[in-house]
Design a protein around this ligand. Structure first.
Ligand code: NAD
Length: 648
């Protein structure tokens, strides 16, 4: 921004306010290179904090303004304390300067965002670096997005059929997938697989398994990398499909495409790592610890991350050498049809991957119970997950193995705000976590547990901040809260809101447009920890705020549900932060930031208790669940070589 400001010095008078010598020096260098007259910009430092820097700048002939707060005492003090906190942070230049760090370190360029070239270099060195989201501030990106929406709109209402053994099969039953922002718009018609056709898919998978299992890992990983490239090329279009089919705001849909791409790239790397196996030789004996695919994987995905989660589970199963059947959630079957197109184009052999849209209770249950299923990778509600777990445990006639179930389920995620929290930060983080994608992320915050000394101030500010959210069609760039997925979800959430009104106080209830499945954000205050709205997953823009007397109680309340998915804490008390790391019972703990938006490899994701069984998606243990480990030991002492005629 410094460059941009100084390039426009004829129109804008820039004030460079910083106590970081490097930032000031950079501004001077830019000004010099552009020949900006010295009177066309100024440097600013706060009185008492940068006196030496100010003097040095003046000595060099630059105009410096030394400023200080003026007026009422309390806001002035608050301002100064904020600056003090900032400047005493470990990462602050001023603090590091006082610690006598080496000059080279102090003046090193900041490395916040990886440039494209740098990311590429690191990838070539074997490091996993996730792909970048779209920067919609770039005019060209915004234009591409608009064009993608126009192109996708041209294709609305088309029919999508199941893919079985490399062929698209006609079906007897169809279901319309609707745009939740405007349910008169049919996004696509999806053919629903019958049980007989599901059986056909099973047979095809069984036939394809021996070949796929033996396909070299590099080749399997190559399919994933190709799929990643194809998704990157179709990024704007895929985002548009997500926005229109499941009502996710544009920026979040774009981040979901990044996640899907990252899953492909990460699991490809991971499988190559595992494929090296472990060698443990002793004289006269070789030992190899190796992995092989398990067999047939049934992937059952939810609608809320229709591309990323479906893609992640599917490509993990595939790269590990399993033939995979993908059964998407009914409201998001068009996006998974797009994923199917991509996998075909990436070269997945027929029968190895099959797209089997259908009713969960019918085709889903049939595949779960099938004697030939080896792995079930499920993400969805606790109710369905527990049922699948039980069904998979029962041996079926002819079944010669135990099934492996990976079930990622719901959450009742809490954020704790203690008395030392920076409320500016906490309010923003809670609003984003609770109302992003209308509270329909599994990681969404649905409870805030606030310590009594800051409770009133926090609730007041939370309510005001929430009022500022834009509610509307997911497609509009300004939208922060879109619709919920369908009429059933809307009615269920409204029932919870009614229940909440009987259990707690309404701190805020916003209105919402009528021509879609909209629900305005609702905040309940003074919620008892055992209230229904504080215990059950609502999966909508409904937030319960609970008051507690101390930090111990906050942790007890946070841990007091059946779930353990994500959780967060806003605090500046080191002992609280430390305790939260060990005692907050959740799979992902976030400290002083929002609790959604986990990134592949950086924040491997998943919960425990009734939030899930399985290792974290996007983490180093994930693929192991799709593999059968084997140990091969050979006695190589005094073994002669005796070729058999005709054998290789
Ligand atoms: P859901 O449980 O209703 O459906 C999930 C999938 O299961 C769908 O494909 C559905 O068709 C299928 N299904 C339904 N009944 C079945 C049966 N009897 N046998 C086999 N399959 C069956 O969940 P949803 O509404 O799609 O997704 C929302 C839920 O998913 C929330 O609870 C959310 O917390 C959870 N979720 C969890 C994570 C995580 O990583 N832990 C991620 C995303 C979503």
């Amino acid at each position: 921004i410094t460059q941009l400001l100084l390039e426009n010095h004829q129109y804008v008078y820039a004030a460079i306010g910083s106590h970081n010598v490097r930032s000031q020096a950079r501004a001077i260098a830019i000004a010099q290179s552009l020949n900006v007259p010295r009177r066309h910009f100024e440097m600013q430092v706060l009185y008492g904090m940068g006196d030496k820097l100010a003097k040095a700048l003046v000595d060099k002939g630059y105009r410096v303004r030394v400023y200080c707060p003026y007026g009422e005492l309390l806001p002035g003090m608050a301002y100064l304390i904020r600056r003090l906190l900032e400047n005493t942070a470990n990462s602050s230049f001023l603090r590091q300067n006082l610690e006598n760090r080496p000059i080279e370190e102090l003046l090193a360029p900041p490395n916040i965002d990886l440039s494209h070239a740098e990311a590429q270099r690191r990838r070539e060195e074997g490091e996993f670096v996730g792909v970048a989201d779209t920067d919609y501030a770039e005019e060209s990106a915004a234009r591409m997005s608009t064009e993608a929406f126009a192109a996708v709109r041209q294709q609305l209402g088309r029919t999508y059929l199941p893919l079985v053994n490399g062929e698209y099969l006609n079906t007897a039953e169809f279901v319309d997938s609707l745009n939740p922002s405007n349910f008169s718009e049919v996004v696509g018609k999806v053919g629903l697989l019958s049980v007989e056709q599901a059986e056909e898919a099973m047979r095809a998978a069984k036939a394809a398994f021996p070949g796929w299992k033996k396909t070299p890992v590099q080749q399997r990983a190559g399919v994933l990398r190709k799929a990643a490239d194809l998704m990157e090329a179709r990024r704007a279009e895929l985002s548009a499909w997500i926005v229109l089919e499941v009502g996710k705001p544009v920026k979040e849909a774009d981040a979901e495409v990044s996640e899907a791409i990252d899953f492909c790239l990460y699991y490809a790397d991971e499988m190559e790592r595992l494929d090296a196996g472990v060698i443990y030789d002793v004289p006269g004996e070789t030992n190899r610890y190796i992995y092989q695919g398990r067999g047939i994987a049934v992937v059952i995905s939810p609608w809320n991350f229709p591309l990323a989660i479906a893609c992640g589970m599917t490509v993990a199963a595939l790269v590990a050498g399993n033939c995979t059947l993908l059964k998407p959630a009914e409201p998001s079957s068009v996006i998974t049809a797009k994923l199917t197109e991509i996998l075909i184009e990436a070269g997945i052999p027929k029968g190895v991957f099959q797209y089997v849209p259908g009713k969960g209770s019918q085709v889903g249950a049939y595949l779960v119970n099938h004697a030939d299923t080896h792995i079930i990778a499920f993400t969805g509600s606790q109710e369905v997950g527990c049922r699948i777990y039980a069904e998979a445990a029962t041996l079926k006639p002819g079944q010669k193995h135990m099934k492996r179930v990976i079930a990622e389920m719901g959450g009742k995620n809490a954020i704790i705000v203690d008395e030392s929290a920076d409320l500016d930060q906490a309010v923003v983080g809670v609003v984003q976590s609770a109302f992003g994608y209308s509270g329909q992320k599994c990681s969404a915050c649905s409870r805030v547990i606030v310590l009594q000394p800051v409770y009133d101030a926090f609730v007041r500010r939370l309510v005001e901040a929430t009022k500022s959210l834009n509610i509307g069609e997911a497609e509009l760039p300004s939208t922060q809260v879109g619709p919920v997925i369908d009429a059933k979800a809307r009615d269920r959430i409204l029932e919870y809101i009614e229940k909440g009104k009987a259990e707690a106080q309404v701190a805020l209830e916003l209105t919402a447009p009528a021509q879609g499945y909209y629900i305005g954000p609702v905040i309940f205050s003074e919620v008892a920890p055992d209230a229904t709205i504080a215990q059950e997953e609502i999966f909508g823009p409904v937030l319960a705020v609970t008051k507690v007397k101390d930090f111990a109680e906050a942790l007890a309340v946070a841990n007091g549900t059946n779930y353990a998915l994500t959780g967060g804490i806003y605090s500046r008390t080191p002992s609280h932060i430390q305790q939260a790391q060990t005692d907050f019972e959740v799979g992902n703990v976030y400290i002083n930031r929002n609790i959604t938006g986990a990134i592949v490899a950086r924040q491997p994701f998943g919960g425990f208790k009734l939030s899930g069984v399985g290792s974290k998606a996007g983490g180093p243990d994930y693929l192991l669940q799709f593999l059968e480990p084997r140990t091969v030991t050979e006695n190589i002492q005094r073994q002669g070589f005796a070729p058999i005629e005709g054998a290789e």
